[in-house]
Design a protein around this ligand. Sequence first.
Ligand code: SF4
Length: 326
Amino acid sequence: MSMNLENRFDQTFVAKDNNLKYSFELKDVKTILNKRKGERSLFIGDYSLNPYMGCSFDCSYCYVNGSKYANKTSSLIVKSNAYELVKAQLKNKAKHGERAIINLGTATDCYMSIERELGLTRDILKIINRFRFSVHIITKSDLILRDIDILKKIQKSAILPGDVKCEDNTIKSIITFSFSTTDDEIAKIFEYNAPRPSKRLKIVDKLKKEGFLVGVALMPILPFISDDEDCLNKIFSDFKKHDVDHVLHGSLTLFGDKNTHSKVRYLNLLKENYPELYDKTSKIFGEKNYLSKNYQEKLNKRVHKIANDFSIKTSIISQYFKKDII
Ligand code: SF4
C-alpha cells in the first residue's frame, strides 16, 4: 500500500458532526473506475469512481443500503489501493488518447468525515489533474472547499471528451450538491449526520464565487414531504437565491428488508415523525423499490414546470453536448 494510508489511518474514527462512531476497514479492490453503460446520463460522466464503500453521513433514504451496491460488512471501507489503481488506469487511458469526465461520489460521499484525515479523494484529484481528465463531484460536504486549488487546476488543464463542445473551461470541474429538502429541521430527521442544507447552500455561494459550475441534485424528492407544488416551489426558490447552475432531480428509491436497509429505516422514521404518512408511503411502494411510472411522470412534469418558472436548467448544460442529456 502506498500513499501511507496505514499511517494516516485509525480503525475507529469519530465523526465530527455529532460524535457518532464508525469503524473503517482498509480493503484492496479489483476495479476502481466503472464505465457508464449507454448514453451519457444525468450525471454526464464517462466513469464513476468511489474511493470509499459505505458512507458515514448515513442518510436514512440512501439508495445504496439494501441494494446490490451495499457494503457487506458493518464497517465502512477505505479502498486502500484506490490511488494506485486510478493512477495506473488513467495513465494508460491518457496514453491511448482517451479523454473522460469522471463522476466522483455516486455511491458514497467522497468528502465524508474520514476524508478530512485521509485525503484519499484529494490524492485522486491530483492524479485526475496530472493526466488531464475532467471531474464531476457529487457531495453534501463543505470539505470540498479544501480542494478548490486542485479543482481549479483541473479546470485549466483537462482535455474534454470528443462529444463535448464546450467553449469555456467550466465543464471540466463540475460540482453538484445533493439535497432531499432545503429545510434544516426535515433534514435533521432523514439525514441527521450530514452537513445541514443551509450550510450546503453557503458552500454553493462560495464555489460559485470561485468560478465553478455549481448545481444541485434534488434527490430523492420525498413523497408527501417535499413533492407537492408548494414544497417544490419553496425549494426551487431557495436554489434560485443561490443562483445554482442546474437542478437534477430524482424520486425516492428504497431497498431491502433488514433494519439497516433504507426501506425499513425510512418507514420507521416516518412512523416516529410523520405517523400520518406511514400508511400512504408504504402503500405507494408496496413490495417494490421504486415509485410507480405514473407517480414519476407526474413528479417530472411538476418539477420541469417549476424549474421553467424559475428559469433553472434541469440538466447539466446539455447544450454543450452533441446529444441531449435527459
Ligand atoms: S451522503 Fe449520499 S452516499 Fe452518503 S449516506 Fe447520504 S445519500 Fe448515501
